[in-house]
Design a protein around this ligand. Structure first.
Ligand code: DGT
Ligand code: CA
Ligand code: CA
Ligand code: ZN
Length: 576
């Protein structure tokens, strides 16, 4: 995928232009293009200029630059801007939460060359002492930003790793003499971030597989190349391992290298109690005779367990549940009947309601809710009350033409800093779906932010709290919301909580989602679609749900439309 590379270049361009105080429209154009390209599930490599220009936000100029990036890995304008902009200054901009103005002020005083240097200055309060615009709070934010960069260093969000891994798998199928081939490790468990991409294969010619692997176009550097195992660094910046194992060990190896390590240890302990040895080569009895290992199921069957899906293998109760026959019947993508968080071009999306409905119909869904932003969200072109009413009328008209499919009327209403909602109840009461979310004041105290969300849930028309923690993986930590309080209020008011499937968010995480289910809170999995292709993200949300042990009954958008609305509107009767 060239997409993330191009997105990075555009986003750096925006930053460098910003530092040079250039035309704000150009800066915004680069930022917007970076976001769209990053989120585009289709690879830009191989697209023609005409196709590129059809991507929202990409005109003649940016399309040429994309072609250049696909062909040469970079573009001249970017290289020129880089020559003009000092490296230390660009480094400052990689710290989340540190904007161009502050960066410039810091750099003018301290032309730093490394993040460590910046950390020392901030920790010693020298930034505050010597730069007028820097306050205590700025220094704290800088230190928090540095910590975030370090924490996410080396780990890659699932949504970036999985497309890369799938590309590699399909190339290996084509070019390497493999028989069986599978993703393993945390990626097979759909963990929200992964340390590396683990791949497992069988082959009559392991050497040939190693050759093909280290020569994949995604490979930037070969760290180790052995007879049956190699490790490489990919141009995306993540490491990948490929192992070739014996055919009659493939199942045992797949189980072992899928992990988690803690899950494996449990299995091995159970084996020891039965006098069995379990490792990556197979399952062996007391006499050392191999009694299984060809299939992954062998490991579980011999231990007297049903097959445990990879998403559950975190040593969080799955083995006890398997032993007592209480493993959940996990939700699957095909159980999903619709999406309740979708933006059109009336706010910051790129398609019409009809286009979105048709795409949803093509996926076999029965409904979507159009939930454009409310007016408070200026940056996302929020809708005024008048526009909102027009949208409602338009959806009514569309529904009268659609058969067996329903477009629900909705909004993503902004929860303002003073706890109030951005639209009056007269409007909210006319909508099917009201997603309430926080888009501002992320640096308020925990009590304040939590209070805002809780207040929103007390509104009888708010059906769902969207992306409740505000985190962006690797970019922004969750705001300091007290999730336990939020969950209590959700349970008390009958408000649903969203699992946001957008790969940068995946918010709720698996642990909180499981807790929410235990508290009887209705959950909903939404994509937060801004372009048609974002509907593909549903699989990431379903993965979080599976890791949270959810069954179809726990997720309201597996219900048919009337039952779903009945659940979400129950609070209207109770709270009124
Ligand atoms: P990651 O890469 O940090 O996201 O997490 P994993 O789970 O993919 O970990 P990784 O790549 O180090 O190893 C892949 C699997 O191999 C891991 O899930 C379990 C297995 N494994 C690795 N080292 C050990 C070990 O020392 N003991 C056991 N029992 N299993 C191990
Ligand atoms: Ca791994
Ligand atoms: Ca590994
Ligand atoms: Zn949204």
């Amino acid at each position: 995928m060239k997409n993330s590379e191009a997105a990075r270049i555009f986003s750096e361009m925006a930053n460098m232009l910003d530092l040079a105080e250039e035309n704000p429209f150009r800066i915004r154009a680069y930022r917007r293009a970076a976001m769209v390209i990053e989120g585009l599930p289709r690879d830009i490599a191989g697209m023609s200029k005409e196709e590129l220009k059809k991507i929202p936000g990409i005109g003649e100029d940016l399309a040429s630059k994309l072609l250049e990036i696909v062909e040469t890995g970079t573009c001249r304008a970017y290289e020129a801007a880089r020559r003009r902009s000092p490296a230390g200054l660009s480094l400052l901009l990689t710290i989340p939460g540190l904007g161009p103005k502050t960066a410039r002020a810091i750099y003018e005083k301290f032309p730093i060359g490394s993040i460590d240097e910046l950390e020392r200055l901030a920790a010693a309060h020298r930034l505050k002492a010597e730069i007028p615009k820097i306050k205590d709070k700025t220094e704290q934010n800088i230190l928090r930003g540095i910590e975030l960069v370090r924490k996410s260093a080396g780990r890659m969000p699932l949504g970036r790793a999985l497309p890369v891994a799938r590309d590699m798998i399909s190339m290996l199928r084509e070019k390497a003499p493999v028989k069986q081939l599978s993703i393993a490790g945390s990626l097979r468990r759909w963990k929200e971030t992964v340390g590396d991409i683990d791949i497992l294969a069988t082959s009559g010619d392991p050497g040939g597989v190693m050759d093909a692997f280290v020569n994949l176009p995604q490979v930037k550097q070969v760290l180790a190349k052995g007879e049956t195992k190699s490790t490489v660094i990919l141009s995306e910046g993540v490491q990948s391992d490929l192992r070739v194992v014996e055919e009659d060990s493939f199942g045992a190896a797949l189980c072992y290298f899928t992990g988690s390590k803690e899950h494996n240890i449990r299995l091995r302990e159970m084996g020891v109690k039965k006098g069995l040895k379990i490792n990556e080569y197979g399952i062996f009895d007391r006499k050392g005779k191999k009694i299984g290992g060809l299939k992954e199921e062998d490991v579980y069957r011999i231990l007297g367990l049903p097959f445990i899906p990879p998403e559950l293998r975190e040593d969080s109760g799955e083995i006890a549940a398997a032993l007592s026959g209480r493993l959940p019947e996990l939700i699957e993508l095909k159980d999903i009947k619709g999406d309740l968080h979708v933006h059109t071009k009336l706010s910051d999306g790129h398609n019409t309601a009809l286009e979105l409905a048709q795409a949803a119909i093509a996926r076999g869904w029965a409904y979507i809710a159009i939930t454009d932003h409310s007016k408070g969200l200026g940056i996302a072109r929020g809708l005024s009350v008048e526009r909102m009413l027009e949208e409602i009328a338009e959806i009514d008209a569309l529904n009268s033409r659609l058969r067996g499919f329903r477009i629900l009327k909705g909004v993503e209403v902004d929860i303002r800093s003073d706890n109030s909602l951005d639209l009056p109840d007269e409007i909210l009461s006319r909508l099917d779906i009201v997603n309430a979310s926080v888009h501002s004041g992320f640096r308020q105290t925990s009590g304040k932010i939590t209070g805002r969300i809780v207040a929103a849930m007390r509104n009888p028309f708010v059906t769902t709290v969207s992306h409740p923690t505000g985190r962006l993986l690797g970019e922004r930590d969750a705001y300091p919301v007290d999730m336990e309080e939020v969950l209590k209020a959700a349970a008390g008011t009958g408000t649903a909580i969203e699992i946001n499937a957008f790969p940068a968010r995946l918010d709720l995480n698996d642990i909180t989602a499981r807790r929410a289910r235990d508290m009887g809170i209705p959950l909903v999995i939404n994509t937060d679609t801004h372009i048609l292709e974002h509907f593909d993200y549903m699989s990431y949300g379903v993965a979080i749900a599976r890791r949270a042990w959810l069954e179809p009954k726990d997720v309201v958008n597996t219900y048919e439309v009337n039952k779903m609305l009945e659940v979400l509107h129950k609070k209207r009767l109770v709270l009124k």
